[in-house]
Design a protein around this ligand. Structure first.
Ligand SMILES: Cc1cc2nc3c(=O)[nH]c(=O)nc-3n(C[C@H](O)[C@H](O)[C@H](O)COP(=O)(O)OP(=O)(O)OC[C@H]3O[C@@H](n4cnc5c(N)ncnc54)[C@H](O)[C@@H]3O)c2cc1C
Length: 476
């Protein structure tokens, strides 16, 4: 371990952010990365517990966190990188945007503040880039088997990287012009600088991964075209079908899904043309319906666009500030999460439901909402009822629906292949990540449902191992 007993002497250093007044004027990253000294000091706090829950329970990639902390605390960056990249293909991406499930299960967190593991990981990988240790490496030998990966989000990129390193010939098909899935079009630039994705894509290209962009598999090229040319297929098309709010007035202009709105701003920042009707919060009363992370991303974007006022509404009650009994350590705690965007402005309303939208000349001008009361029903499940006399009209000339996603939605390749779906509408896969069609695998949100980048990556690593097993068994 780094420094025995250090956790008793030094505290957690939380992440710093750029000043609110400064950062809301641009879309540059808001987070300030740790200096090497900060990372070393924080890593030294690791207790090197006998049972590291951060590794086995928290991190979906099972990063060897105590070992990483030990090496960083001794300034052994190169060895730390080797250990980190054993389990994580793109730590520079996960460490920037992961909610840090590892920190929630850090043993130190039982009665103290956990180690800032996420920042230690960014420090390792950025140091490696700085020292030129992390660079493109082409596989020594090639295996005469090919894989088509359909979708270039985190799952697709990880599958491409993993299989390419093993020597398979990998082609990634992506319907957008730029690669990265939600990393590129969805997550705001102030949370993830797109240069971080570009740097990795460039490496993957040098390493031999072939990218076919602007190609929708299922319509631009058929499934038969892919099937004839590749020995295995991995579907990583995401789960982007948004949950709608089918209430009176929904048909009016000015009510949009969060992803339409966020993607437009990503495109503007990249200098790409914006598709469809321009959506802007400038000078508007913005209401974001949905209290999760996507909603928070909308808040930060609306503030940067110059919204007059932003309100975020959530149907559930406000979670407590500290870990409740319902989610004991080492589980991911159901606590109030205040993102960097929340600190930039806006008001959060909890336990409130939207009943209808009011409009003038076909454009939304306000919504009718009502406060709720949550209670345990006779079946033990939580239910809500409206609080009498709380009906309220909230001005809104831009409404953003951030209510989650209901699965992959319509995707011609799924229909063409006749792939079975599960009861939630996601692609059904077996324990090996294979779909109901032999040789066709699926990973990431498309199979799991909308989740986290780190989980999409972990699923893709498992599916890649199964694809390798499948392809090598064909050679026997
Ligand atoms: C706004 C928003 C913010 C988020 N923020 C975070 C965060 O901060 N941290 C975090 O951990 N998670 C976050 N998530 C969740 C995370 O982004 C997803 O879980 C993750 O991107 C899933 O990866 P994926 O590769 O499965 O799918 P996606 O990222 O959705 O990528 C799928 C790709 O497949 C392509 N595709 C689909 N069909 C075809 C086809 N037929 N032919 C060719 N290409 C196709 C799509 O264009 C897309 O590029 C966020 C989600 C959203 C919506």
């Amino acid at each position: 371990m780094g420094k025995p007993g250090e956790f008793l002497k030094s505290g957690r250093k939380a992440t710093d952010y750029r000043d609110v007044n400064d950062r809301t004027k641009d879309y540059k990253p808001v987070e300030i990365l740790f200096s090497d000294a900060d990372a070393v000091a924080q890593a030294a706090r690791c207790m090197d517990c006998g049972t590291p829950f951060c590794h086995g329970c928290g991190c979906p990639l099972s990063n060897d966190i105590p070992e990483l902390n030990d090496l960083v605390s001794k300034g052994r960056w190169k060895e730390a990188l080797a250990i980190l990249t054993n389990t994580s293909n793109f730590p520079e991406l996960t460490a920037r945007i992961c909610p840090a499930l590892c920190e929630a299960s850090c043993v130190l967190g039982i009665n103290d503040d956990p180690v800032t593991i996420r920042q230690v990981e960014i420090a390792i990988v950025e140091k490696a880039f700085e020292l030129g240790i992390l660079k493109a490496v082409r596989p020594d030998t090639r295996i005469d088997k090919s894989v088509a990966i359909i979708g270039s989000g985190p799952a697709g990129l990880v599958a491409a990287d993993t299989l390419n390193r093993w020597g398979f010939n990998v082609t990634v098909y992506e319907k957008d012009k730029l690669l990265g899935g939600i990393l590129r079009y969805g997550i705001p630039d102030f949370k993830l600088d797109k240069k971080v994705i570009d740097r990795r894509i460039e490496m993957l290209s040098h390493e031999g991964v072939v990218f076919e962009v602007g190609v929708t598999v299922g319509s631009d090229v058929s499934y038969n075209y892919i099937k004839d040319r590749f020995d295995a297929i991995c579907l990583t098309g995401g789960a982007r079908e948004p949950r709608d709010l089918k209430i009176p007035g929904r048909e009016n202009a000015g009510i949009h899904f969060a992803m339409e709105y966020l993607t437009q701003q990503n495109r503007r920042n990249a200098g790409e043309p914006v598709r469809g009707e321009e959506i802007s919060a400038s000078g508007k009363n913005v209401v974001v319906i949905g209290g999760g992370d996507t909603g928070a991303d909308c808040i930060g974007t609306a503030i940067r666009q110059g919204a007059k006022r932003v309100i975020q509404m959530e149907i559930l009650p406000e979670p407590p500030l500290t870990r409740p009994d319902s989610t004991p350590w080492p589980a991911w705690p159901n606590i109030l999460r205040t993102s960097s965007s929340h600190k930039e402005g806006g008001t959060r309303k909890w336990t409130i439901n939207t009943k209808s939208f009011n409009a003038k000349d076909g454009k939304v001008i306000s919504l009718i909402a009502v406060d709720l009361e949550w209670y345990k029903g006779s079946d033990g499940r939580m239910q809500f009822k409206e609080k009498p006399g709380t009906e309220q009209t909230i001005d809104a000339d831009l409404v953003l629906l951030a209510l989650g996603f209901v699965g992959p939605g319509k995707n011609k390749i799924i229909d063409d292949l006749g792939i079975a779906k599960d009861e939630r509408g996601n692609i059904k896969v077996d324990s090996k990540g294979m779909t109901s069609v032999m040789g066709v695998f699926a990973a990431g949100d498309m199979a799991r449902g909308q989740s986290l980048v780190v989980r999409a990556m972990s699923d893709a690593r498992k599916a890649s191992a199964s694809i390798r097993e499948y392809l090598l068994s064909q050679r026997l």
